[in-house]
Write a protein that binds this ligand. Sequence first.
Ligand code: ATP
Ligand code: MG
Length: 302
Amino acid sequence: MLILQTDLPLRLFARGKVRDSYDLGDRLLMVASDRVSAFDMVMPCGIPGKGKVLNKLSAFWFRKTASLLPNHLECEVDDLEVLGRFMPVKENDPALAFLVGRSMIVKKAQRLPVECVVRGYLSGSAWEEYRRNGVVHFHQMPGGLRESQELPQPLFTPTTKAETGHDEPMNEAELEKLVGQKQARELREKSIEVYQYARRFALTRGFIIADTKMEFGIVDGKLILIDELLTPDSSRFWDVTLYQVGKSQPSFDKQPLRDWLVKTGWNKSPPAPMLSEDIIELTSHRYKEVYRRLTGNELEGE
Ligand SMILES: Nc1ncnc2c1ncn2[C@@H]1O[C@H](COP(=O)(O)OP(=O)(O)OP(=O)(O)O)[C@@H](O)[C@H]1O
Ligand SMILES: [Mg+2]
């Protein structure tokens, strides 16, 4: 079932490019749609299976990293009975069936307004910055590094979480001013720890996680991981067999879509073009492959 829009009779908490979250009091229902964005714009058609991949992959990582630090996952919505524990649900309500597999119940947290980015490889905006002035996010780097090269050690490069406009890089003093010294240190240490763990694991499944973005929140005075975790939407996944230093790397999930969009001659301003059947199919296949390779499980249904 392809889901582009959700409209549940609940209070909307947040609607992002891909996910819709609903307010359940001290919890949230987070729903991953099949919407796909490229060049920062949502495409007019969806990608079958993508919502489930994002939802289930986040849940997979939340479980795996739970011994490093707590997170907001309470449970995945695997059937409507589970959902009935948190909101009124008619038995087998067909209007809610689409939630199964693509949604989770999470603890509502007091969100820290920081995007905790960790970079293990020199790519994207970090590569641009390094090329211009030899610096990555206030850190002077050794000379002679090449595009997509592994960094001597992973860098924590936090940014603001802007309500509107672009996220701005934050230096250590700015982060400490925002969340306090103790919490700033905890954010850095935990972010790097989660990234290091995930990157080692992903490598055994044939993926490089070049960088990733996490969010943290506070529940009952404790720091926990929130939002999504180590999905293709929040991280750069590269196929290890195609990795080559000295050039930009194809993103495993979205590159065919990006290449196709460029080939159509689209000028990257709205509206985005309708996607061809072939490119939808190929992108869907890529997302499912990320899920299969990382978790070792096939995705059931779409
Ligand atoms: N457990 C939680 N408690 C409170 N807020 C949360 C929790 N988990 C995630 N959030 C917040 O909910 C929002 C989820 O929004 P979502 O990621 O779907 O859209 P967005 O970040 O506004 O846009 P984008 O599509 O660019 O990611 C974010 O603001 C995130 O910080
Ligand atoms: Mg987001």
